[in-house]
Structure formats: C-alpha cells, structure tokens
Design a protein around this ligand. Structure first.
Ligand code: HGY
Ligand code: MN
Ligand code: MN
Length: 414
C-alpha cells in the first residue's frame, strides 16, 4: 500500500471515549468485568460498529467475537487482528480497546482507500482477557488455543461461587465449549495492536514497538487456615494468625523476585482476602492470588518453587495450614519473524520509528501463538501507566499504530 491513509481518526477517538463510558464505575474509571452488564453493553456497542462497517459478525460458545471483512478468495485462511474490551476494576480506557477499535479503524481505513483484501481480514474480540472474574487470564484465547479444556473451563467459578456455565448462559452464549478450540491454520497470521503498558517507547521517543517475545505468566493461589480468636483476650504466644503468616509469604515472594539477578523477573500479590475481616478478631483465613512473570520460563519456575518452599516453612513455624493451587504457568511466546519484518517495513514506509522489544504484559496473542504465527504492535502509553484510570495514549500515538497496522494488514492480506 503506497498512499498515506488520509482518513481522520476523530471517529475512532469518539468511539474509544464512548466505549470508556460503558463502565461499572464513574468516568474516568473503567471497570468492565466479563459477563457483567457493562461487558454486555460494550460488546453490543462494538458489534454494532463492526456491522456498520459491513463486517460479518459471529460469536463462539464463550463469547469470543469474530468480525470478518470477506476477502476476494474466501478459501484462504484470514489474517486476524484484535484484542479485548474487558477491563479490571479501576482500569483505564486504552488497554485492549486500542487493539479492538484500532483494528476496526485499520479495516475502515483500507476500505476508504478502495483496497480489496485477497485474504479475509478478521477482527477478534476475545472473551475475558483479564483474570478478574475467574482468576485466570485470557480465558477466551486459552480455549481457542486449546490450552484450557472445556472440562477445566466448566470448573471455573467466580468469587460468589457462580460457575462459568451459568454465567455464560446468562450472558446469552450457548453451544458446546468443545467448539471454541480452533485448529492451526484457522488464521493465517494474527497481529495485535496494544498499548505498551511500560515506559520505554515514550522515554526513548520511539513511535512503535515491534514485539518479538511475550513474557511467561504464572499464578499461584495460596489458602492459609489459622486459628481465629479475640484480639484482646488471645495473647501473642501460641497465636495461629493467618494474616501474619501471609505477610511473611508476600515479603518472601518479593525477596525471591528481587534476587534472581534478572530485571525481567516480576512478582505481585494483587489479591489478599482476609476472614473474618474484623479489626478485633485474629484472622483465621487468608486467600492470596500471586502473579509471577519472567521472560525466562525456567527462572520464573524457580521463583514459584521458592514460594512453595516458603509456604512449607511458614506453615511449620507458625502452625498455620497452607495449601497452594497452580492456576496457570504458561510458556512465553516468540513472535513471527516474517510478520515482524512486514511491520518494520510498514513503519518505515509510514515514516515512523520503531524498535524491537519484549512484552512484559501477557496478551491474547500469547495463546493465539499456539494456532497461528503472531506478532504485536505497541504504541506508547504516558509514563508507562496502565491498569489505572490515568492510563493515556495520545491521538498521535494511536494514529501511528492504526496506520502501521493498516499497512501491515494490507501487505499480509494481499
Ligand atoms: O496482566 C496482564 O498482563 C494483562 O494486562 N492482562
Ligand atoms: Mn490488562
Ligand atoms: Mn490488555
């Protein structure tokens, strides 16, 4: 594609703003948990935009949504692009949505230029990229990549104990979960446009990130059972306080992550639920959800093992019963060199600077990589901030991402 796309992006910016207002929280906070009322309204909104662009829309049994721009040769496997529109509590408005609405905009840019794809181009909106509801990230793409089996998916429950089957049915999705898994070759290639969720591109003044590698995420759930009691009457010796035991584990995990000798090892305890949660009652039960990542899977697993060993040590010393459950421990994904080369050339043609880089966040592309060659295109986000209401990507950054994605899609679909 030679000409510079001249479609202005005001429409896209308005759509991003409109989508951001579909939230369970007051603006500027975005909260859009899978299968919630806000999620369903957001899905309807985006599907409406896809239909208005002349795309053929269908949903699978778990709500993954596919919007296809039919190519000249429908026999050929499509080029996929897309991301997610669900958002964690107290999130921003660009995580995921830039890849969905930006992907749609890239298609509309190509349509406005009279381009006809030989291969269809299919926009994908993945169900539940965020782990908020079921404790595991990338639910929809894991199932598409056959990484999460229907049986394992049916065992998932939310914090209220409501199962996946009931929630997906209430949300209007039906059909055998076995039908979600896709065969290799269903997509010829897949590209995801996303904000960097890190500071490098902005700091270095580079327009676009060409993601070569997606870091390996793992999550360990830890249940601690101590002995409750009266905060005044129960003296310190002999207490079996589940929260002080948990505090030791939280700090042990931080120490382990800091001592691998690699800056790429990260560990977070984002969920700490305390029972009974009364100021004058000794915590008898605590649930921790831990998130451990690294670009090196083996190094990440060593931190996981050290955390398990800390659980055994704290349990023995504090006489608190501790059980662990491995929610996921996924391998990293290597992005496809051929797609990266096209993205790099597209950036150059568009007069944009780019750099190869690693993704420290996980994305649906991590699981799409199981069934197709993938690559990711990053745009900067201010201060590297994400998963916060002050997450921000400028119109110029978004425009660069959309235009280079459009060029890349045009090349790959030709
Ligand atoms: O946590 C992640 O890496 C992604 O933003 N869900
Ligand atoms: Mn996210
Ligand atoms: Mn995301």
């Amino acid at each position: 594609m030679t000409a510079q796309p001249n479609r202005n992006l005001d429409g896209l910016l308005q759509e991003l703003a409109a989508l951001a207002r579909i939230s369970a929280a007051e603006p500027p906070v975005v909260t859009r948990v899978v299968f919630s009322e806000a999620d369903l309204r957001a899905r309807a909104y985006v599907k409406g935009l896809c239909s208005a662009a002349g795309l053929t829309v269908h949903e699978d049994a778990i709500g993954n949504t596919f919007a296809r721009w039919q190519g000249a040769d429908p026999q050929l496997a499509p080029i996929g692009t897309g991301s997610h529109i669900d958002a964690i509590p107290n999130a921003g408005m660009y995580d995921g949505t830039v890849g969905v609405l930006g992907g749609l905009e890239a298609i509309r840019v190509l349509q406005s230029m009279g381009f006809t794809p030989r291969r269809s181009i299919e926009l994908v909106i993945f169900t539940a990229e965020e782990p908020t509801r079921f404790g595991i990230g990338c639910l929809g793409s894991r199932m598409m990549g056959n990484v999460l089996t229907p049986a394992k998916a049916l065992a998932l429950r939310d914090k209220q104990g409501v199962g996946l089957e009931e929630l997906r049915t209430q949300a209007g999705f039906s059909g055998p979960l076995e039908s979600v898994a896709l065969p290799s070759g269903r997509f010829h290639q897949f590209i995801e446009l996303h904000i960097e969720q890190g500071p490098l591109l902005e700091q270095e003044g580079i327009d676009l990130g060409l993601v070569t590698y997606i870091a390996a995420p793992a999550s360990l759930r830890i249940q601690l059972e101590g002995e409750g009691g009266h905060a005044g009457g129960k003296l310190m010796p002999g207490r079996k306080d589940a929260l002080t035991a948990a505090a030791e584990l939280i700090l042990a995990l931080e120490t382990e992550a800091l001592s691998t000798g690699a800056i790429d090892t990260v560990a977070t305890v984002g969920v700490c639920e305390v029972f009974p949660g009364a100021v004058n009652s000794i915590p008898s039960r605590v649930r921790l959800e831990t998130d451990i990542r690294d670009t090196d899977g083996a190094r990440r697993d060593r931190v996981l093992d050290a955390l398990r060993a800390a659980c055994a040590d704290v349990s023995a010393r504090r006489r608190v019963h501790i059980t662990t459950e491995l929610v996921n421990a996924d391998p990293p994904a290597t992005c496809d060199a051929a797609i990266l080369a096209v993205m790099e050339a597209s950036a150059k043609e568009a007069g944009r600077t780019s750099k190869k880089m690693v993704s420290r966040a996980y994305h649906d592309s991590l699981f799409m990589a199981r069934i197709a060659p993938v690559a990711m295109l990053f745009i900067p986000c201010r201060g590297g901030v994400s998963h916060r209401p002050d997450e921000y990507a400028s119109p110029e950054w978004i425009a660069n991402g959309v235009h280079v994605l459009a060029r890349t899609l045009a090349t790959l679909a030709s």
